[in-house]
Ligand binder design. Structure first.
Ligand code: MN
Length: 293
């Protein structure tokens, strides 16, 4: 059965938080995976990394990582100093993940998170810069046993990889067993003509999968067609992780960066979000059962 996961910032308004608390909470609710932003790993001592990994092992949680790359480290930048600084920064993050025996990094990790503030008539030069950077970063990922997943995101969060096809093309150009593709239902809803076709297009190259509604609430609460989504996952015999990535609270760094300008559930207390996380797990399990996954 596919491993099911949840993103830590469902509960927290800032990117860094008490990781140990959420490792235990995810396990208590019944999840297999906890995903969180990778950048805080850079601030952690080796002892801290080791203790979080030991706790995760003890409660049976796999840790996976995601990031929205600060434009100061944009590895697609035409400014060679920025680009090389970004390569070094991402190699350091991948190395920290490797120290925790982590297997997966995803997100907008191949260019700065956001879109260029200038007219862009041709993105190929930025793409070439990103690919040049990635061919270097991927060697560190190979050494550390980390799969570096490129996530196709909507046009308001990035310009290089908006569609499943663009993610596949990018991965093919990097050409490493450690490059992967991640699709996210929230982003696909904006960019793809058909979410089912996008999943089938990526097929056995699909390394990880993010779920979230059209407005990033819990799956089943918005207008996405979850039968279409799980049917397509079943058709490609998808066996990898399914990580839910809902964002429902206004405020903090997360509200700012994800553009959440109202609470998307009533009274989002910790208890209320716990209940919602339990509901998501049951909903996804029921869809997997329905579509013979
Ligand atoms: Mn995502």
């Amino acid at each position: 059965m596919n491993k099911l996961g949840i993103f830590m910032n469902f509960w927290e308004k800032d990117w860094d938080a008490d990781h140990a608390k959420y490792i235990k909470k995810a396990a208590d609710i019944g999840y297999d995976v906890l995903e969180f932003q990778a950048q805080p790993l850079l601030e952690m001592s080796d002892e801290k990394l080791k203790s979080l990994k030991a706790l995760a092992d003890e409660v049976g949680i796999e840790l996976t990582y995601s990031l929205g790359l600060d434009p100061a480290y944009d590895v697609s930048s035409p400014d060679e100093n920025v680009r090389l600084g970004g390569v070094d920064y991402l190699k350091r993050i991948v190395t920290q993940i490797g120290k925790m025996d982590g297997k997966l990094l995803s997100g907008v990790s191949y260019a700065g998170w956001g879109t260029p503030p200038y007219i862009l008539n041709d993105k190929r030069p930025l793409l070439e810069n990103s690919l040049k950077s990635m061919r270097s970063i991927i060697k560190t990922a190979e050494d550390c046993g980390v799969t570096y997943c490129v996530e196709a995101v909507n046009r308001f969060e990035g310009c290089l990889i908006n569609t499943a096809q663009e993610a596949l093309d990018y991965a093919a150009e990097v050409d490493s067993k450690n490059i992967g593709v991640l699709l996210d239902t929230y982003h696909m809803n904006i960019e793809e003509n058909s979410i089912g076709d996008a999943i089938r297009l990526v097929g056995d190259k699909l390394t990880s999968f993010h779920t979230g509604e059209n407005n990033r609430t819990a799956p089943g609460k918005g207008h996405l067609d979850w039968d279409e989504i799980f049917k397509a996952l079943s058709e490609i015999s998808y066996k990898n992780r399914i990580v839910c990535e809902p964002f429902v609270m206004m405020g903090g760094e997360v509200g700012r960066d994800i553009h959440v300008f109202r609470d998307l559930i009533d009274n989002p207390s910790e208890e209320r979000i716990d209940e919602e996380a339990k509901y998501i797990l049951e909903f996804e399990k029921s869809m997997m059962k329905k579509w013979n996954m």
